[in-house]
Design a protein around this ligand. Sequence first.
Ligand SMILES: CC(=O)SCCNC(=O)CCNC(=O)[C@H](O)C(C)(C)COP(=O)(O)OP(=O)(O)OC[C@H]1O[C@@H](n2cnc3c(N)ncnc32)[C@H](O)[C@@H]1OP(=O)(O)O
Ligand SMILES: O=C([O-])CC(=O)C(=O)O
Length: 373
Amino acid sequence: MTDTTAPEIRKGLAGVVVDTTTISKVNPETNSLLYRGYPVQELAAHCTFEQVAYLLWNGELPSESELAAFVEAEHSQRALHPDVKTVIDLLPTTAHPMDVVRTAVSVIGAQDPSADDASPSSNLAKAVRLYAALPAVIAYDQRRRHGLDAIEARDDLSYAENFLYVTFGEVPDPVVVKAFDVSCILYAEHSFNASTFTARVVTSTLSDLYSAVVAAIGTLKGPLHGGANEAVMHVFDEIGTADRAEAWLEDALASKRKIMGFGHRVYKNGDSRVPTMKASLETLVEYYDRPEMLELYETLEEAMVSRKNIKPNLDYPSGPAYNLMGFDTATFTPIFVAARVTGWTAHVMEQLAANALIRPLSAYSGPEERHLA
Ligand SMILES: CC(=O)SCCNC(=O)CCNC(=O)[C@H](O)C(C)(C)COP(=O)(O)OP(=O)(O)OC[C@H]1O[C@@H](n2cnc3c(N)ncnc32)[C@H](O)[C@@H]1OP(=O)(O)O
Ligand SMILES: O=C([O-])CC(=O)C(=O)O
């Protein structure tokens, strides 16, 4: 007999609305994404990542003087702190870069005497500190894996230019800088995704912002979430060339593999950010003269749509784009961290402003009560 008193269980919280947010609106019906009301495509076309970060935290785009003050604060905190470098050097170069970034955020948090000050001004300062500090951490970790030293940040460069400069030792062509900046804008925020929700759960216990970001990094690492941009590149490497894509897909689906970079919990008819990132990928393919990358991309996409009617998510174009820029595959998800730290910390502040402990219920399905004797 069916138990009519049994609670409805929504596995994975699918379709459950747990709170309101003013930060972004994901609308799968119209395939749109708004940051504080602005379509992300317009922001990607007309703004820099610096302006978008400011918007996410403050609710409005900055005036010229507000932007100048914000950029100054970011520039002054770009350097790789010697203690952070020392701790990174203690980690094996075989450590996953996501583990290195997670550890670096822990160190930065432990160094901060106001880590537990949850006032909005202190939390905003912490958010800007992490946003400013992460490029140097991520770049240094990639460089040390190649036996290279850290490069000192330059404060005459934009966020994107400096990120690429401290990674590769030179500022690339503006086409590459723009594609990187666009990827950061698109990755910055996406409502109650798993890592942001994690940050909100941690914050809801009145823990500190750094702890929320450390936990969010752990959540983003998984291949069903941010780890997919790295996994997409492994798929491309495994397939090799476009002519092998269809056969590869048949085998992968037959063995019940999830195809990385495809599908989404909220968008069921395509990810609103993909056309913008794909356009950036196309500019990179042209700039680096690598048409075979786009051929593989499109062949696998067409095969997946015709076999399963499942469309790509943002990680699908981002993976090959970062590959063309010269990033190690293992660095892709840390770049997602650098961008998403803006959204995560905006949510930390929003959660605190109207906090309720996040603590759902479960339906017990273990043994009936029993006793030792
Ligand atoms: C920036 C981001 O984090 S975007 C997400 C990045 N993650 C990935 O790209 C990983 C690959 N994708 C997936 O695993 C899924 O699409 C997820 C986790 C993103 C979304 O999953 P859910 O909303 O839980 O959908 P769910 O897994 O139930 O999929 C529904 C059906 O589509 C299938 N499906 C969904 N995505 C895929 C995929 N990528 N490859 C193969 N089949 C898929 C499922 O097997 C399932 O089929 P079934 O009904 O026959 O069992
Ligand atoms: O919204 C999600 O579930 C995952 C995602 O696309 C993101 O975090 O950018």
